[in-house]
Ligand binder design. Structure first.
Ligand code: HEM
Length: 135
């Protein structure tokens, strides 16, 4: 049979379902507002490139959840554990990171099932990112 409808890109419905680009922008902007005020985490981030850091996390999360693949086009394979090696990601840093992320996730007011799916992933990823138990 001849296909008359244009091909729709095969995207993960989660990305669209939670509101697409605008949702991920809001998530990461709210998250970074918390990071900037965090006395332990803020100094780890590049003071002259906050916008770049916001872009990298937004693009990564969009790609992970089925949005555009711009992150890997510009940054290559994520290799997140390796990219975090320069930073002291101990349990305190992880818990601080997660507390800012929790505020950001809650600010989205997603359906509970979507919120839980997103949160479970972020929590597991943050636990996997710990690279030291030293201060
Ligand atoms: C557990 C505590 C964590 C800490 C303290 C932390 C800290 C940092 C810092 C300081 C940077 C450099 C900022 C920049 O220049 O982009 C960074 C980058 C990044 N982080 Fe984390 N991070 C944590 C967890 C996570 C998690 C759980 C994810 C993913 C779900 C993540 C995703 C990223 C991404 C995508 C980048 C940019 C990588 C790149 O392309 O260079 N981080 N993180």
């Amino acid at each position: 049979m001849i296909e008359l409808t244009p091909k729709v890109p095969d995207r993960n419905p989660f990305y669209e379902q939670v509101g697409g680009h605008a949702t991920f922008v809001k998530l990461v902007e709210t998250f970074y507002a918390g990071i900037r005020d965090d006395e332990v985490l803020a100094p780890m981030y590049p003071a002259d490139d906050w916008d770049g850091a916001v872009w990298r996390l937004t693009a990564f999360l969009e790609q992970y959840w089925g949005g555009p693949g711009t992150y890997s086009e510009q940054r290559g394979h994520p290799r997140l554990r390796m990219r975090h090696n320069p930073f002291t990601v101990n349990p305190d840093a992880r818990d601080r990171w997660l507390s800012h992320m929790r505020v950001a996730v809650d600010s989205l007011e997603l359906a509970p099932a979507d919120r839980d799916l997103l949160w479970d992933y972020l929590e597991r990823a943050a636990h996997a990112m710990v690279n030291t138990f030293d201060d």
